[in-house]
Design a protein around this ligand. Structure first.
Ligand SMILES: C[S@@+](CC[C@H](N)C(=O)[O-])C[C@H]1O[C@@H](n2cnc3c(N)ncnc32)[C@H](O)[C@@H]1O
Length: 238
């Protein structure tokens, strides 16, 4: 999968897809209820162009956000946006989420949105994620468990854009978004051949439990394609 190619058009898709916008709104509602200590660390694994990490950086100006991704182009896009927003509390790390070079037990909130399925070794990534979290820390996961249906998504976004922005805007967006469709075809192929992880909600919850997480809420989102889990790392009682 060529994430560098996808990086160039990723925000075009994200900004025009109401289901993706809903994920961001839900995450804001989650943050509104969460108290993170001053100088706390928030880690976003597979953070891409910064859709979630930049929101967290704005929401928690007193915290340090670590934006980790393996793709330099994704990080470059996120950096540009962080600079435009004058955000100084975000650090960018180019690295593999399966072996993050970060101190254990230091993260108050860990996120991983639509990355675990593609990381190659989701159990290893989850085990590492668990280690990085501080006792009593939090984790917020969203992962696409079902194979992407490109026709279904195209019709959904086309209808939404046609209704809200008109025909010319819709057709122009689809032409500009051709690389998105190409990337999604590759993702579908990798899902079908088993290189990318597909799962039911139950399987997703079990993988999180096995890594040590306490899953407080598990639901489906993103039009039923993704599973979302709100988790805690319970502090050990001695
Ligand atoms: C679908 S994008 C999601 C980006 C972002 N979390 C969001 O929701 O907008 C998946 C991201 O995971 C990154 N990724 C995939 N495997 C990775 C790995 N093993 N380590 C770090 N990043 C990885 C890709 O580079 C890409 O930016």
């Amino acid at each position: 999968m060529n994430w560098t190619q996808y990086a160039k058009v990723y925000d075009l898709m994200a900004d025009r897809n109401p289901a993706y916008q809903q994920l961001l709104k839900d995450f804001c509602a989650y943050m509104a209820d969460l108290c993170i200590p001053i100088d706390g660390i928030i880690l976003d694994l597979g953070a891409g162009t910064g859709q979630f990490s930049l929101l967290a950086a704005q929401y928690y100006p007193h915290c340090k956000i670590i934006h980790m991704d393996q793709d330099a182009e994704m990080i470059a896009r996120a950096k540009e946006k962080a600079e435009a927003l004058n955000l100084t509390n975000i650090e960018f790390i180019c690295g593999d989420i399966c072996s993050p070079q970060l101190q254990n037990g230091t993260v108050q909130l860990l996120l991983s949105i639509h990355c675990l399925y593609a990381c190659g070794h989701h159990n290893q990534a989850l085990a590492q994620a668990f280690l990085k979290i501080a006792p009593d820390g939090n984790a917020y996961f969203i992962d696409p468990g079902r194979c992407i249906d490109i026709r279904d998504w195209s019709i959904y976004i086309f209808k939404h854009l046609l209704k809200s922005r008109g025909l010319i805007y819709t057709v122009t967006t689809f032409i500009r978004g051709l690389p998105v469709a190409r990337s999604n075809r590759t993702i579908l192929k990798l899902q079908k051949e088993g290189t990318y992880w597909t799962h039911t909600s139950e399987q997703f919850g079990n993988a999180l439990n096995q890594a040590g997480f306490t899953v407080n809420k598990l639901d489906t989102c993103y039009r039923g394609y993704s599973d979302r889990a709100i988790c805690k790392k319970k502090a050990l009682v001695v």
